[in-house]
Design a protein around this ligand. Structure first.
Ligand code: GLA
Length: 391
């Protein structure tokens, strides 16, 4: 991979690249719509990644080539403006913008970008792009950045430059993920623990289901859920509650009459999902994967009925997995309204499971989904291609 990326860089820029970095996409095992509600999440890094290969320039110019789109973009770090034409470039510009704003000294670069994470599929290709860039710039310009700071700055770039009000989960796992481990994160304190996923031993595999549905309304509905969740919390805050992690079902039921039904349902999802993340961590610690599977099904039900972020194409995965004898659990993953889901399936039954899904999608007249069996990969890394230079 390193060789072919370096070669492609050289063809475009006629010089050798100095640094290569990569950052993974993610699948969220459980804990959906809990990150911006300062609750718990349990994502894992994918073995699908975004790569960033770059070298420094002597001026302030940034030249970018996105191999996936065969498009280029150019800007000066003194004037960073939003690109209407090349949407992908804004994630990179956002990183330059946030680093400049925070006072990190940068210069221009030549860069080549390529990734194998399916785009707009709810697998965080954008967080992977941001994190690969910040990691690469950290190495190139020897910036003092801790892993947590990189995740926070990448999130800030997406929130304030790109204009997507995402939580911290995607950037955090992309920076801090580890092979064959899920990351249990408290999004309020940012304390985290890596939890081994012994899927191989249990002869289980993770199947990612890309529904193929891309909804325009996803970002407006996402922002609407954020507002509803925080309005429900405002009601609870009148009674001394600081955040969702302090709320249990009894408290929520006591205040139910003070909020409308929609707000109540949103709060119910967050409270129950936080609880499910903790239960899922316990199930993993006890190596009880069938219990984990049950919890995944419950999460999907709550996202479908209480948070209302599912759609018929995502429900299909849940419904097939529920009745298929070799699958232990399934749910939508990411923001919802389309995008992807995950299923835990007995390895040897994965081909039959896939056939069932394809057939069901066809019978229901849905878009043909894509199915991938994935491995849990490592978090972001950067290194100098010319080892001496990196000193
Ligand atoms: C998107 C956001 C994340 C998170 C999920 C829902 O992926 O980027 O921050 O809020 O939706 O859990």
């Amino acid at each position: 991979m390193e060789k072919s990326l370096s070669r492609s860089f050289k063809e475009i820029y006629q010089t050798r690249p100095e640094v290569l970095s990569f950052a993974p996409g993610r699948v969220n095992v459980i804990g959906e719509h809990t990150d911006y509600n300062l609750g718990y999440v349990l994502p894992a890094a994918l073995n699908l990644r975004n790569y960033f290969v770059a070298s420094r320039r002597k001026d302030e110019k940034v030249f970018l080539w996105a191999e996936n789109f065969k498009q280029k973009e150019e800007f000066s770090i003194e004037r960073i403006s939003f690109s209407e034409k090349n949407r992908w470039a804004n994630y990179i510009k956002g990183i330059f913008w946030v680093l400049e704003k925070e006072g990190y000294g940068l210069q221009g670069i030549d860069a080549f970008i390529w990734g194998d994470i399916p785009l707009d599929a709810g697998l965080s290709s954008s967080a992977a792009l941001e994190v690969s860039v910040i990691h690469g710039l950290k190495a190139l310009f020897k910036l003092e950045l801790t892993p947590k700071k990189m995740a926070r700055l990448a999130q800030k770039a997406e929130n304030d430059f790109v204009g997507v009000k995402c939580g911290l989960m995607d950037q955090f796992i992309s920076v801090l993920g580890e092979e064959n481990k899920a990351l249990f994160l408290d999004c309020e304190t940012l304390r985290y623990e890596l939890i081994p996923l012994y899927l191989e031993k249990a002869a289980l595999g993770i199947v990612i289901y890309d529904s193929g549905v891309r909804r325009e309304l996803a970002s407006s509905e996402y922002n609407k859920r954020r507002i509803e969740a925080s309005s429900a919390l405002d009601v609870l805050k009148k009674y001394g509650i600081k955040g969702y992690k302090d709320v249990d079902f009894k408290m929520l039921e006591e205040r139910r009459k003070e909020m409308d039904e929609v707000l109540y349902k949103r709060a119910k999802h967050i409270v129950s999902e936080n609880e499910r993340v903790r239960e899922a961590v316990e199930a993993l610690r006890n190596n009880n994967l069938s219990l984990l599977g049950e919890i995944l099904f419950h999460s999907h039900e709550s996202l479908r009925d209480d948070y209302e972020v599912s759609c018929p194409e995502l429900d299909l995965l849940y419904e097939v997995a529920k009745e298929f004898s070799g699958s232990v659990g399934a749910r939508l993953t990411g923001a919802g309204f389309g995008g992807s889901g995950l299923a835990l399936v007995e390895k040897k039954k994965i081909p039959t499971f896939k056939e069932r899904i394809f057939k069901e999608a066809k019978d229901r007249g849905y878009i043909q989904p894509k199915l991938y069996e994935i491995e849990i990969g490592e978090g972001a890394k950067a290194y100098w291609l010319d080892k001496k230079e990196g000193k």
